[in-house]
Design a protein around this ligand. Structure first.
Ligand SMILES: Cc1cc2nc3c(=O)[nH]c(=O)nc-3n(C[C@H](O)[C@H](O)[C@H](O)COP(=O)(O)OP(=O)(O)OC[C@H]3O[C@@H](n4cnc5c(N)ncnc54)[C@H](O)[C@@H]3O)c2cc1C
Length: 297
């Protein structure tokens, strides 16, 4: 018997609403058979493979503000939902002030794919493996969302509920993500372990940011997030605690990496076993933490 693993793209209706109200109303009245469309790099693969069978794809790319990216020195960075990853990675203020996001965006798939894929799509897809999510979490991202009752904001920190599951409700459309000004002197690093350098999700992803903080015994605040090793993208609070309370040395970094390993809860899948992932969390955390510490010194 031949197994057809790629049944092909099914027929669907392409909807292009005039405004956000129309888009939210349409999505809310077609629950379970419609979804917002940005770059489509997750959607079309899932539909081709028969995993998603939506009748309607609601293209939200051209709605007001969706294509804007801007930096305000007193308010921070705003990235419209439809801004693709190459634009994010190349935007001067992202490179200068939110460099870890540029690094994470540039690690996704290939250049070609990144001309379609968006950071907001990466977030809304809610894969624990999403490469840009760790940076967005550590940079304290806040989502602007339009729903049937109008606009609201949601901090990214509480957004993820499980693989593919978020706090989005019927009719909700993320219009942009906002990042406050980063703390003075902030540096970061993203380390991704994949099966190849192009076009694959991570086996393990480690994002680290750090900045001087005189109120702490160590004088430095360091935060770490993990991808692909838990049901949701994970910020490991114990790492921050260890590296805040004591002088940072190779030993405290090793201890923090062990804490990261203990916090994760990976599964076995085609990309790697849970055991391998745990070991790689430890190894990559040591490397990413040491790199950030070096930059701060
Ligand atoms: C070959 C290939 C390689 C890949 N490699 C990587 C990789 O290395 N790293 C990685 O992280 N990902 C990778 N991906 C996955 C994918 O490219 C990313 O998750 C991408 O960021 C999704 O963005 P998009 O704009 O294409 O989203 P879409 O596919 O348009 O949407 C994704 C999901 O978000 C929902 N959604 C979209 N827009 C909104 C909105 N405004 N409001 C609410 N919900 C919305 C959609 O309905 C859908 O459920 C890869 C995909 C492919 C096909």
């Amino acid at each position: 018997m031949t197994l057809n693993v790629h049944p092909g793209l099914p027929e669907f209706e392409y909807i292009r609403p005039e405004n956000l109200d129309e888009a939210s109303q349409f999505l809310a009245s077609h629950v379970g058979e419609s979804r917002p469309l940005l770059g489509g790099t997750d959607i079309f693969v899932r539909m081709r493979d028969g995993i998603w069978q939506d009748k309607y794809l609601v293209d939200v790319k051209s709605l007001p503000g969706m294509n804007e990216i801007s930096f305000d020195p007193s308010a921070g960075l705003s990235i419209g939902a439809a801004v693709n990853m190459n634009r994010v990675a190349a935007f001067p203020a992202v490179k200068e002030k939110y460099a870890v996001l540029a690094e994470a965006a540039a690690s996704c798939a290939s250049y070609q794919l990144r001309t379609r894929a968006t950071v907001v799509g990466n977030i809304c897809n809610a894969s624990p493996a999403g490469d840009t999510i760790g940076a967005c979490l550590l940079l304290d991202g806040i989502l602007n969302i339009h729903g049937v009752d109008g606009f609201r904001q949601e901090p990214l920190a509480f957004f993820f509920l499980g693989p593919g599951r978020t706090r989005l409700k019927a009719g909700d459309i993320v219009t942009s993500i906002h990042f406050p000004l980063p703390p003075h002197g902030m540096v970061g690093h993203y380390l991704k372990l994949g099966r190849n350098r192009l076009s694959d999700l991570s086996i393990v992803g480690v994002t680290v940011v750090g900045f001087p903080d005189k109120s702490l015994p160590s004088g430095i605040r360091i935060r770490l997030a993990l991808a692909s090793v838990a049901p949701v993208p994970l910020v490991v609070e114990s790492v921050e605690k260890i590296l805040s309370e004591r002088t940072i040395t190779e030993e405290t970094i090793a201890e923090a990496a062990l804490a990261a390993m203990s916090a994760c809860n990976p599964i076995d899948d085609v990309r790697g076993s849970a055991r391998y992932r745990r070991q790689m969390v430890k190894n990559l955390s040591v490397r990413a933490l040491a790199e950030v510490w070096k930059k701060l010194r």
